[in-house]
Design a protein around this ligand. Structure first.
Ligand SMILES: Cc1cc2nc3c(=O)[nH]c(=O)nc-3n(C[C@H](O)[C@H](O)[C@H](O)COP(=O)(O)OP(=O)(O)OC[C@H]3O[C@@H](n4cnc5c(N)ncnc54)[C@H](O)[C@@H]3O)c2cc1C
Length: 295
């Protein structure tokens, strides 16, 4: 591992000054579960490492009106244990608890997961289904970007060299909405996702109608994405087996279009419809939909 200068600023303005002055070869350090591996393996050799851990503005989970706001330095364990997340965005707690091991969940942060831009980042399908918006900050100013628009491929995002992710926000789920995150990995513990799906479904019991539907998938393409045509076809549909199966087929067609010919594509063509089915079924069940009617 080559040597580097280490900074641990305590305030946001100090952080942005350091980042602005060292943009050419610096690396942001959050929980370090990705960065330290990359440093050790020599994949990166920054001249300057800037740790976020002392900047209190980057921590915490709060309910602000009808929005949930999460600091990027929030760990997966904090997401899992947060009553705000468990009560208003259940699928994000599910995604967080599926990450690695207790040590990784204690150390790894949601901001690191987002910025790392892995196809298998577990919080990403859940946050995309939640319509999460990122607050991005540099010394030059502040901008917002939907998470869905943030990626440019594997390990590539739209941050400029002097910018950080400073916040993540999304609307709370309405009452009567069910949500689920489902992941298939190679092993039960420490498994990086081979394929994952997140679903959020609103259901009108009186009319037996699907009122809202958001589905996203991970580890399918270079970055997680929403399966929009599948979502659209479910809207205002009665809850029945036929419509659910049409939705799974539509989702799979969107996924299959990105799979290409790589070795894992054979497995993913089989697992894709199944993972979407599980996410949909769990979300529908949580929304209080008639499970029997779906089967
Ligand atoms: C053994 C092991 C198991 C794992 N299992 C899983 C798993 O099951 N699911 C999963 O999703 N991931 C898994 N990971 C990957 C990793 O733990 C996650 O991606 C984690 O969320 C990274 O967060 P971090 O805080 O450790 O980020 P860091 O390693 O500190 O940073 C990751 C990247 O994000 C950048 N960064 C961090 N914060 C910000 C910010 N606020 N603004 C701008 N850039 C930022 C860093 O510069 C770096 O490029 C695993 C890793 C290991 C080592």
């Amino acid at each position: 591992m080559s040597s580097f200068e280490y900074y641990a600023p305590e305030t946001m303005s100090e952080l942005l000054d350091i980042l602005s002055a060292n943009q050419e070869n610096s690396k942001i350090l959050a929980g370090g579960t990705d960065v330290t591996v990359h440093l050790r393996e020599g994949k990166i050799a920054p001249q300057c490492v800037i740790a976020l851990k002392k900047v209190s503005d980057l921590k915490g989970i709060s309910l602000q009106g009808t929005n949930i706001v999460i600091g990027p330095m929030t760990t997966f364990t904090e997401l899992v244990e947060s009553p705000i997340i468990r009560e208003n965005a259940w699928l994000l707690a599910q995604a967080a608890v599926s990450v690695g091991s207790p040590q990784i969940r204690n150390q790894g942060t949601v901001g690191g997961n987002i910025a790392n831009a892995s196809p298998a980042g577990d919080s990403l399908p859940a946050l995309m289904a939640l319509d999460a918006v990122l607050k991005i900050i540099s010394k030059r100013g502040e901008r917002e970007m939907p998470l869905e628009n943030f990626y440019l491929g594997i390990s590539k995002n739209k941050l400029e060299k002097d910018e950080i992710v400073a916040g993540i926000s999304f609307p709370v789920l309405e009452k009567g909405t069910g949500s689920a995150f489902v992941k298939l990995g190679r092993r039960n513990a420490l498994a990086i996702s081979r394929i994952s799906a997140a679903a959020i479904i609103g259901y009108d019991h009186a009319e037996n109608l699907i009122t809202s539907c958001r589905i996203s998938v991970g580890s399918v393409a270079q970055n997680p994405f929403r399966v929009r045509s599948a979502e659209q076809m479910m809207l205002s549909c009665p809850l029945n087996a036929d419509n659910r199966n049409k939705c799974i087929t539509a989702a799979f067609e969107e996924m299959a279009a990105t799979l290409g010919k790589r070795a894992s594509a054979v497995y993913k063509r089989k697992a894709g419809p199944e993972i979407v089915r599980r996410a949909l079924d769990e979300a529908i069940r949580m929304a209080g939909g008639s499970w029997e009617a779906v089967i």
